[in-house]
Design a protein around this ligand. Structure first.
Ligand code: ARG
Length: 497
């Protein structure tokens, strides 16, 4: 057998690059994340070349055999511009340039990297949405277990009105549902193939773009070849989805931190998610929630970095684009891990219903019920009723007695001051201000009335089921296309000797 020709695919055009420049511009350290995808893209592209007879069956078979065995491990001692170059160089070293020299026929690293990023992002989105759904499941579990438990609703971090735990947790659930929906909508925009864009103009080589897209599991094409290699808007959109979910997660994390403090005393965190102090033996710190809160900041940073890199970048490909990708993976990992940890925390937290109820019932938190009653039963406008009850609250606080204790006896006098004379007996006032009655009297859909809990829970279970069915559909269609690519490629690889 003839000695295989050893050649450097950098070509003769340039002399050797400085080591420092190579290290500075290389993406090898970050390419591990997309290496497997790069191999798959090479397979699909070669299959298309063979199918259109741009490459002979024998050459194609050898390349596809090589690709089927190629490792996606990035060795730390190989010095290459990127994995794309490394893979081709390895193929040339192993098959010879007469054969492996066809791997990059009709494609460029520009369309290849854009495609590989989209492929990896598809899986990342699935993992991210699974993590969101996990947190939603934990919230739902707590809402089902202790949904009727009363706790204060806050505005301005001041106790405002009694609500139920289900009401509070389902509020977080719904925000997360929008995060999941957004990510799933983004999936459709990600799931388009740039392959066939080549450098940016398209190519004279006969590539059936739709065939390549199909083998890689894409539902369609990024139509314009220049757009195909230049755009990273799906990365920015993914980063904003991660950011939004992390903003939501961090608000929940913050509440867990507050609620587990002695000042609130609403919950006890599981030890599995807490840390001790190295000096204060009594401490139990909500460190996981603190990290989730902090990771939200890192993810925001990744989004801002990606935007800043892309801003005013001329079309088409510039190496600046390479710098966007690590921010994307960092954010994906931080967001997905944070959501998973938060699910564990929420699922294992124990609630202290006595403490939450007594906090909810104090502070004249049901005063608006009396004002509403005056408006509905005594012909007083709500604004006047608000003033009357406000004055009663002032009296109650001055005399250090709850509103129930002063309202009935002072109502006639106070209402007369506002030009309306209203009388109510103690029982009526007590009934209105009672926190359980307050909740039971909530009329509106989506409100905190405990009678609504079962209906609300069922609706959320349907939301979750729909997310889960979307996820399993996406997951199985990715698996199908992976099998198809392998079948086509190994079929072609087998065809010749
Ligand atoms: N390493 C590059 C990236 O991650 C791949 C594309 C390089 N293209 C080029 N023309 N140098 O974006």
């Amino acid at each position: 057998m003839r000695e295989k020709e050893r050649m450097d695919i950098r070509g003769p055009r340039l002399k050797k690059q400085s080591d420092e420049a190579l290290e500075f511009t290389s993406s090898m350290a970050a390419d591990g994340r997309i290496a497997r995808r790069v191999i798959e893209v090479n397979m699909a592209h070669m299959a298309a070349l063979v199918k259109s007879k741009e490459v002979g069956a024998d050459t194609g078979a050898k390349c596809l055999k090589f690709l089927a065995r190629a490792s996606s491990k990035i060795s730390s001692d190989t010095r290459s511009e990127d994995f794309h170059q490394q893979l081709e160089q390895d193929a040339v070293d192993s098959l010879g340039v007469e054969t492996a020299g066809f791997l990059n026929y009709g494609k460029s690293r520009n369309d290849q990297v854009a495609t590989a990023i989209r492929m990896e992002l598809r899986s990342a989105i699935i993992g991210f949405v699974e993590a969101i759904a996990g947190l939603q499941r934990a919230l739902l579990k707590q809402a089902a277990r202790q949904g009727g438990t009363m706790l204060p609703g806050y505005t301005h971090l001041q106790r405002a009105q009694p609500v139920t735990l289900a009401h509070h947790f389902l509020a977080h659930f719904d925000a997360l549902q929008r995060d999941a929906d957004r990510a799933l909508q983004l999936y459709d925009r990600v799931n388009l193939s740039p392959m066939g864009s080549a450098a940016m103009a398209g190519t004279s080589v006969k590539i059936d773009r739709r065939y390549v897209a199909g083998l890689l599991g894409f539902s369609g094409l990024v139509r314009n070849a220049m757009d195909g290699v230049s755009s990273r808007d799906v990365a920015v959109e993914a980063l904003s989805c991660m950011t939004m979910a992390m903003l939501d997660a961090s608000r929940l994390a913050e509440e867990l931190i507050l609620w587990s403090s002695a000042e609130f005393g609403f919950i006890e965190l599981s030890d599995a998610y807490a840390a001790s102090s190295s000096i204060m033996p009594q401490k139990k710190n909500a460190v996981v929630a603190e990290m989730v809160r902090a990771k939200a900041g890192s993810v925001i940073g990744d989004l801002v970095a990606a935007c800043a890199i892309l801003k005013a970048l001329p079309y088409s490909y510039n190496l600046d684009l390479q710098e966007v990708t690590p921010h994307l993976w960092r954010a994906v990992d931080d967001a997905t891990t944070s959501l998973r940890l938060l699910s564990g925390m929420v699922g294992s937290v124990s609630i202290r219903p006595k403490a939450t109820r007594s906090a909810a019932a104090g502070g004249n938190s049901t005063a608006v019920a009396l004002a509403n009653y005056l408006a509905s039963h005594a012909g007083v406008s709500f604004r006047q009723a608000h003033s009357i009850v406000g004055e009663l609250v002032r009296i109650s606080e001055k005399s250090r007695k709850p509103l129930q204790a002063v309202a009935a006896s002072k109502l006639t006098e106070v209402s007369s001051k506002f030009g309306r004379k209203v009388e109510l007996d103690d029982d009526t006032v007590g009934g209105l201000l009672d926190p359980e009655a307050f909740l039971a009297n909530i009329f509106t859909e989506g409100g905190a009335n405990p009678r609504r809990i079962q209906t609300e829970l069922s609706a959320r279970r349907r939301d979750l089921a729909s997310t889960e069915s979307s996820l399993s559909g996406l997951g199985s269609s990715l698996k199908t296309s992976e099998r198809k690519l392998n079948a086509v490629s190994s079929g072609m690889a087998r065809e010749v000797n």
